[in-house]
Design a protein around this ligand. Sequence first.
Ligand code: SF4
Length: 424
Amino acid sequence: MPDRFFAMVGTHVTALPDRSLIEAPAVDAVVRGEQDFVVRDLANALGNGKDLSKVRGLSYRNGDKPQAKYRMNILEDGSKEGNGIKHNLDMPWITGEELDKMKFSSEVYSRHLNIEDYFYPSVLYPEVTIITSRGCYYRCTFCKFPQTITGHEGRTRSVKNIVDEFQWITDNLPQVKDIMIEDDTMTQDRKRIMEICDEIKNRHLNVTWTCNARADIDYDVLKNMKQAGCREVCVGFESASQEILNNIRKGTKVEKIRQFAKDTKKAGVLVHGCFMLGNMGETKETIKQTIDFAKELDPDTAQFFPLMLYPGTEAYKWADQNGFLTSTNWSDWLKMDGTHNTNLSTDKLTAKELVEGCDRGRVEFYMRPTYIGRKVFQGLTNPREFPRLFKSGKTFFKYLKEHVHNRINSDFWTKPSQVGNAEF
Ligand code: SF4
């Protein structure tokens, strides 16, 4: 068994296994796709001194130093090999039954992590994050997990198994104030979400939870979710422009989004709304429409980010083929503090303008007197929301002070785009 063996997992290396191994000589292998069983099999093979060629889902070094350009040979079993890298066969998708047999992630956290060390701005503190399904039926062009790791065929844990984990958290982690369900989207199957809510209610569980959702849930589902403890849904509204929503294959209509925003308010479910700038068709005009739309929908919290391009996604391909990537050197993609750099500059908007558009969105959304008044009221009348509001508010004002004041120009809307004079 070697002294040490480094393997990387995740969306980036799944999309670019060769390039990752070429660019990171210290890494011995990359795991493609869902890592659960691949990592298990890799550990068993290493521990028992077996060769790695049977570990499905693994790409690893098996010879000379790989070069940037080389030919891959297809071997008899279908795996591929060339120039010092071997790509084993893919690991089959994990099934719903297999997900049910896995340990609860909350139980694993409780043994190895201090959950108080983690803060998620739109979720009550402290929270614990779990997953109830993998994959998403939809095909949004920018969305990285379904296009690289989780796929488009939903695989779900059973209702009993999910609610057993809720129960386990209630019994064993009394400090947890919110359960964040980080499925790609939890509400894509109406029947399933209704059954989960009914089971929570049947067991009289006093739980609070938050999930990723789509803006196409109807009022009856939202009402049932609220009754079962759902506090907030995190929703990708993305844009006010129907043309852009169509371009990114979001599968929603602007009018449906408006109805959804009304229904969530009626049901008493909070919304964290996500808005994205820079998709195909974006101009200053559509940015303005999107910021106005955010204020009209008026979710509890909102985020504005430039489109992030991830290898393996259609959006990345679109940007690459049109020469819109500002760099393909990955070290330019992240800042020293771990946050993203904007790596997109289109034929209509520069990276700088996209960042400025997002800052304008944040300022216009959060600095409304009515919004501030509502938040103060919420914090004073709802003690469980206070720690989250205080912490997020502090972070927001620090960000405003450090970054935004020198980026917002009063002539942003009227000045023509600086495409062609771009500074990155
Ligand atoms: S953005 Fe949401 S709905 Fe679209 S593919 Fe991703 S998870 Fe699915």
